[in-house]
Write a new protein. Structure first.
Length: 213
C-alpha cells in the first residue's frame, strides 16, 4: 500500500499527518521522492497554503502542487491512495469539497490521466481547520494537570466550552476579541487550551491521535 498526501500547511500539517499515519500504520516508510515509493510507503507534500496548493503560481512560472502530484501518479504508477487535505475555513464543508473536486477533475483531464487510473482519490476537508479537529480532544483535562497559566482560555471556555461542545459548531468570537478569520480564532483557542495544561502546539498534536467529544 502506497499513500500520497497533499496537505495544505507547510510545516504543521506534514508533522501532524505523519504522526497520525505512523500511529495507524507503524509499518509505513516515509519517503521524499516519487521513485522511492516501492511497498508500504508514504509521501507527504506540503501545499504551502490555500489556494496555492491547487493553483498555478502567479508570481513565477510552474505548476501547482496538485498538478505536480497528479503527474507523479501518472508517470510512476506507484500510488494506491491519494489524499488532498485542506481547510474549509470560511466556506461550508460542501462548498470547499466541490471546489477541490472540480479542480481535481479538471487537472486530471489536463495531464492526460486515464479514466481507469488505479489510484483511489480522496478529499479530506478539515472543517473548519485542522486546529478545530485538535480542539475536539476533550481528554486532556483527564490526563494533564491544569497549570492555570492562560487567562484567555477561561474567557474562550466561558464563551464556548469545547470540552462539552462540538468545536466544529463554534462560529462566533468572544466579546472583545476580534480575529480576521474563524480559523485564526480556533488556532488561538487551541494554543490557549494546551497552554492551560502545560502543553504546546503543534508538539502535543503530533504526539497524540485525535479524540473527539
Amino acid at each position: 500500500m502506497n499513500l500520497l498526501f497533499l496537505v495544505e500547511g507547510e510545516k504543521t500539517e506534514p508533522k501532524i499527518y505523519k504522526a497520525w499515519l505512523h500511529h495507524l500504520f507503524p509499518y509505513l516508510t516515509f519517503v521524499d521522492k516519487p521513485e522511492d515509493m516501492i511497498t508500504n510507503s508514504c509521501r507527504i507534500i506540503p501545499g504551502n497554503g490555500y489556494p496555492n496548493m491547487i493553483s498555478s503560481p502567479k508570481l513565477y512560472g510552474g505548476i501547482s502542487r496538485l498538478e505536480a502530484c497528479l503527474l507523479d501518479i501518472k508517470n510512476f504508477s506507484n500510488v494506491d491512495y491519494f489524499f488532498i487535505c485542506v481547510d474549509s475555513e470560511e466556506e461550508t464543508y460542501q462548498a470547499r469539497f466541490d471546489e477541490i473536486k472540480s479542480r481535481l477533475d479538471s487537472l486530471k483531464i489536463q495531464v492526460g490521466m486515464a479514466q481507469n487510473q488505479a489510484t483511489k482519490f480522496n478529499i479530506i476537508i478539515q472543517y473548519c481547520c485542522i486546529e478545530t479537529w485538535a480542539l475536539g480532544n476533550a481528554e486532556i483535562p483527564n490526563e494533564y494537570i491544569s497549570q492555570s497559566s492562560s487567562k484567555k482560555f477561561s474567557v474562550f471556555q466561558a464563551h464556548y466550552d469545547v470540552l462539552i461542545k462540538d468545536p466544529k459548531l463554534m462560529i462566533d468570537y468572544p466579546p472583545g476579541h476580534l480575529f480576521s478569520t474563524k480559523a485564526r480564532f480556533h488556532k488561538s483557542y487551541l494554543k490557549e487550551y494546551l497552554q492551560e495544561f502545560g502543553l504546546s502546539y503543534p508538539s502535543f498534536v503530533t504526539l497524540s491521535k485525535e479524540k473527539t467529544n
